[in-house]
Write a protein that binds this ligand. Structure first.
Ligand code: FAD
Length: 152
């Protein structure tokens, strides 16, 4: 099967609250599971950075839908490539808010002290999203272990 990876950046039309972002994530995870799409989304007051990976037809259709979404604008394609395998295979859509990201990590991947999705090239965006997704996985695993310890 042809797997493609699509990366884009966009600007928020107006600030989105926690509930609105959670809504986008709920719908995304539900749909992406059905479509066989995996990836990661990073949100910040300056915009979104998202990677979608999966079968070309599913990724293309989904991207067309996302581009038309009125909750953001200036949707800008950073990369569209065929890839031999997925890198976010365990995530129907990993979600990270930049206020949860340590400044040191931002400094490592960006020339800006504040995260701006438009300041990153496709390779930077990919390694940045992989790094923060890995941190998220560690955090979730720790939380899971903590709740097991508390209940045992
Ligand atoms: P519907 O059932 O039509 O809508 C789902 C819910 O979203 C509705 O209950 C509605 O309350 C809410 N909603 C829809 N549009 C708006 C709006 N304009 N304002 C407020 N609430 C609204 N979708 C995915 O499937 N996968 C993704 O990975 C994905 N990533 C996204 C990333 C970003 C940055 C944004 C802004 C949107 C993303 N979306 C994603 C959402 C996508 O644009 C479509 O809204 C969604 O795919 C529609 O799916 P549906 O037809 O199943 O939803």
């Amino acid at each position: 099967m042809n797997i493609v990876r699509l990366t884009y950046a966009s600007r928020l039309k107006k600030p989105l609250g926690h509930a609105a972002l959670e809504k986008i994530m709920d719908v995304s995870r539900r749909n992406n599971k059905k479509l066989g799409v995996t990836g990661a989304l990073c949100s910040s007051p300056r915009g979104f950075l998202q990677i979608l990976e999966g079968p070309a037809a599913a990724v293309n259709d989904l991207y067309n839908r996302i581009v038309r979404d009125p909750r953001h604008s200036q949707v800008t394609l950073l990369e569209y490539v065929k890839v031999p395998f997925r890198e976010f295979e365990n995530w129907s859509m990993a979600y990270i808010r930049t206020d949860e990201i340590a400044k040191a990590l931002l400094h490592k991947y960006s020339t800006h002290h504040v995260f701006d999705p438009f300041s990153m090239g496709p390779m930077q965006a990919r390694v940045f999203l992989l790094a923060i997704t890995e941190l998220r996985a560690h955090y979730l695993a720790k939380q899971h272990a903590g709740s097991r310890t508390r209940s045992s």
